[in-house]
Design a binder for this molecule. Structure first.
Ligand code: CTP
Ligand code: MG
Length: 241
């Protein structure tokens, strides 16, 4: 496979405009604290820490975009950070962030604010895989539970062969041109894609999976907050943060 020309900058888009309904009542999820620091700040720190990311574009909830911008401007990150207004769906939030990219960006990551503890090594590995010539890259983990398909009345229809399944995470990485084509061509009558690689698959194009990381899990339900706090406490005890 031919290596992508690696002359441009790398940007990370961070969809952060969700409400966090499954987490229960409270502030938008990305702004809820973990170890006293908003999830979004953890996520931006991890992306910037990889040093492969030059620019971070955060898609914030419309009603809090200004306060998010001022909150982030008080932090110092080793990357440029920009805030835009997100949309009604994750796909829309990513599309809006994508539109704001400067011309010199040629590789784009998309990373959920709701995956605040992603190790910087995973960020670096995704960028490296794109720069090595894979146009669409996702981190994935083997599925540990037995997966059953059910019908509308919860009767089991089949047990799915889990050896061929992967639970995919973010950051997902793309050449800018492919991600732009995928979003520009997205059929808005179809259900929005829950990840960006899904749009590439709809185009019939290949998506490459690299090993994911357990700590890149998505904070979705209250249990995940307990897990995230425990991981942070362990990192702090080890002097890693
Ligand atoms: N997201 C977004 N814009 C939306 C919806 C989601 O930018 N309109 C972002 C979220 O902020 C999150 C990521 O997409 O970082 C993954 O979405 P999810 O985990 O579903 O977060 P929420 O939509 O906030 O949670 P919930 O579905 O429980 O409300
Ligand atoms: Mg959601």
């Amino acid at each position: 496979m031919a290596a992508a020309e690696s002359t441009g900058r790398t940007a990370a888009l961070v969809p952060a405009a969700g409400r966090g309904e499954r987490l229960g009542p409270g502030a938008p999820k990305a702004l809820r604290p973990l170890g006293g620091v908003p999830m979004l700040v953890h996520a931006v720190r991890a992306l910037a820490a990889s040093r492969t990311v030059d620019l971070v574009v955060v898609a914030a909830p419309e009603d809090t975009a200004e306060s998010v911008a001022s909150m982030l401007s008080e932090q110092s990150f080793p990357a440029e950070v920009v805030v835009v207004t997100g949309g009604d769906t994750r796909q829309d939030s990513v599309a809006r962030a994508l539109l704001t990219l400067p011309d010199d960006v040629d590789v784009v990551l998309v990373h959920d604010a709701a995956r605040p503890l992603v190790p910087e090594e995973l960020v670096t590995a995704v960028v490296a895989a794109v720069r090595a010539g894979h146009q669409a890259v996702v981190p994935g983990l083997a599925v540990v539970d037995t997966i059953k398909q059910v019908d509308a009345s919860d009767a089991v229809v089949a047990t799915v062969d889990r050896s061929s399944l992967r639970a995919v995470q973010t950051p997902q990485g793309f050449t800018r041109s492919l991600l732009q084509r995928a979003h520009a061509g997205a059929d808005l009558d179809e259900a929005p894609a829950t990840d960006d690689a899904g749009l590439i698959e709809r185009m019939g194009l290949p998506v490459h999976v690299i090993p994911g990381h357990e700590e890149a899990f998505k904070v979705t339900r209250p249990f995940d907050v307990v897990m995230a706090e425990a991981i942070l406490a362990r990192r702090r005890a080890a002097g890693a943060v």
